[in-house]
Design a protein around this ligand. Structure first.
Ligand SMILES: Cc1cc2nc3c(=O)[nH]c(=O)nc-3n(C[C@H](O)[C@H](O)[C@H](O)COP(=O)(O)O)c2cc1C
Length: 310
């Protein structure tokens, strides 16, 4: 999640309960391959303990996807994910992300460019994994879009069960994700090992690992992606979350640890202090005085000030 799941937050989560696979924030390839690179490269920073991790890319120019994918391979990522689902106006007005649902020609060119960059080379004997994150349509449900993507021999396809137009305003439709999994079963042959060549991961409104496991079983999915659930429970990936039993002191200490790691990691101010404030609602809740403390944290202007207050 953009401006949320940087290397700092991922490290904090890893220490509590790691997911099976991380995705970076989305990174614009056209910006990365331009003088604006310095501002964006921070989003591709990670430590070995966050592995396995896929780099998520977005943009318009296939050649920039190609160059960036090559870089991502050299950086030690475990795969590359192409964002074809973000519905934010500033992004889709230029034809990127979810707008690609209505532009299969460009979507295909981008996938081909990434695939070309992922072919085995150097010491790599296997093709580097490719995944796509998308929605079930742009204005209306469009299963032909998912069929198109399934024809592209992806390693993984993450499907958010809403159209771009629906943003996050209505509940995610898991029946559609289940239908996509059925389509995968009939269209994509399995690997010699018997495992599906394209793994299907569902996404939308999942708030706990138990819920994820139930849904995965019900719709026979290969995985479930959790986004906003992390705001309610930093142990969201745990088999059994202890978060409800954590004391005020434990939660405050965890936020302090996050802020200290943030200061140490982003010494040159790559991420603004303001981005830290959204984490107050993650850690500072569920105890007496939490709301007052959050209000005070909102008026702090530096990591030192926030640490002192905590
Ligand atoms: C603050 C925020 C930032 C997000 N940034 C990204 C992003 O960079 N890439 C992406 O694929 N999805 C992004 N999303 C969408 C989520 O990954 C996810 O698809 C959506 O929130 C629905 O899943 P959830 O109900 O588990 O959160 C973002 C969502 C939020 C709330």
């Amino acid at each position: 999640m953009d401006d949320v799941t940087d290397t700092v937050f991922r490290q904090i989560i890893t220490d509590l309960a790691a997911p099976d696979l991380f995705f970076t924030e989305f990174v614009n390839v056209d910006g990365l391959q331009s003088p604006g690179r310095e501002k964006l490269i921070k989003k591709l920073q990670f430590t070995p303990k966050e592995k396995p991790i896929f780099a998520q890319l977005w943009g318009l120019k296939p050649e920039n996807f190609y160059k960036t994918t090559k870089e991502v391979i050299d950086m030690g990522f475990d795969g590359v994910d192409i964002n074809m689902g973000c519905p934010v106006k500033t992004v889709i007005k230029n034809g990127a992300c979810a707008a690609l649902i209505n532009n299969r020609e460009l979507a295909g060119e981008i996938i081909d460019a990434v695939r070309e960059a992922c072919l085995p080379a150097g010491r790599r004997r296997e093709r580097f994994p490719i995944s796509i994150k998308t929605r079930v349509g742009f204005s209306t449900t469009d299963m032909s879009w998912l069929e198109f993507l399934l024809s592209k021999k992806l390693d993984l396809l993450s499907i958010h069960g809403r159209t771009a137009k629906q943003l996050s305003k209505i509940p995610a439709d898991w029946e559609l994700i289940g239908n996509a999994r059925q389509m995968r079963d009939s269209l994509v042959p399995c690997l010699p090992s018997g495992r599906p060549a394209t793994l299907i991961v569902g996404n939308g409104d999942v708030m706990s690992r138990q819920q994820a496991e139930k849904i995965a079983k019900k719709y026979k999915l290969d995985g479930v992606m959790i986004g906003r659930g992390i705001f309610q429970d930093p142990f969201v990936f745990a088999q059994k979350s202890p978060w409800g039993d954590w004391s005020k002191e434990q939660k405050t200490e965890l936020f302090k640890k996050h802020i200290e790691l943030f200061s140490k990691t982003w010494k040159r101010g790559e991420y603004k202090f303001e981005t830290l404030k959204k984490f107050a609602k993650v850690y500072i809740n569920g105890f007496d005085g939490a709301s007052e403390l959050r209000t005070k944290l909102m008026s702090t202007t530096s990591t030192d000030e926030a640490l002192q207050l905590l």
